[in-house]
Write a protein that binds this ligand. Structure first.
Ligand code: FES
Length: 210
């Protein structure tokens, strides 16, 4: 046996070239591993899912909110205009001598979320006074019956408690607490009559809209 046969290999000896190649080979395989990009893709997918989820949740809620707020929004927008209703009457349809004509007032009724077009909402006595219209609510200011026109007497008369008024609406006896309630009326382009229909509190000397 020779003198060097039992000597162990030197620990500081430079590793064989094959070990370096193995290390390089390991880095290359990491770059090509498809699992390295997964966390980023998962994040994008999660963000997209969250966006879609938010839209699905928020959109119906927003539509529902607008639906419930619709009456308030309409009031705020002043959807009722100036309160005048365009009738289907023209001035020439009223007798020139001022004889009263009973007219049924129609308008669209809006009850919260429902709209009922062209409904009867009340009635008025209309008189032509030259190029103007004198209008009265037909509701008696005493206790709310309907006031009639009595051609034979040339007055307005309420059969419930015998209130009587002249053709200008002034009381002819002490039963009614006030005159007949006048309504604003205008003759606009083409002679069309526009009416502002209102109702008033009964059994009081003051004309108080309700
Ligand atoms: S309700 Fe018309 S007189 Fe009483």
């Amino acid at each position: 046996m020779s003198e060097n046969e039992n000597i162990p290999p030197d620990a500081d000896e430079t590793p064989p070239a094959e070990n370096v190649e193995v290390s390089c080979s390991a880095d290359s395989s990491t770059e090509n591993d498809p699992s390295i990009g997964t966390p980023r893709r998962n994040f994008v997918v999660e963000m997209m899912a969250a966006g879609v989820g938010a839209l699905v949740g928020i959109l119906p809620a927003a539509i529902g909110g607008l639906f419930f707020l619709d009456p308030l929004l309409r009031k705020k927008a002043g959807g009722e205009g100036d309160g005048f209703i365009e009738t289907d009457l023209v001035l020439d349809a009223l007798p020139e001598d001022g004889t009263p004509i009973r007219f049924t007032v129609r308008d669209d009724l809006i009850n919260a979320w429902n709209k009922f077009p062209d409904q009867p909402i009340g009635s008025a006595w209309l008189r032509r006074i030259q190029d103007q219209v004198l209008a009265f609510n037909t509701v008696c200011p005493h206790l709310g019956c309907a006031v009639e026109h009595r051609p034979s007497e040339g007055d307005f008369y309420c059969p419930c408690h015998t209130s009587a008024f002249d053709l200008d609406g002034k009381p002819l006896n002490v039963i009614p607490p006030r005159a007949m309630d006048t309504l604003e009326a205008e003759v606009r382009d083409g002679g069309r009559i526009w009416l502002k229909y209102q109702e008033f509190r009964g059994a009081t000397s003051e004309k108080v809209p309700v």
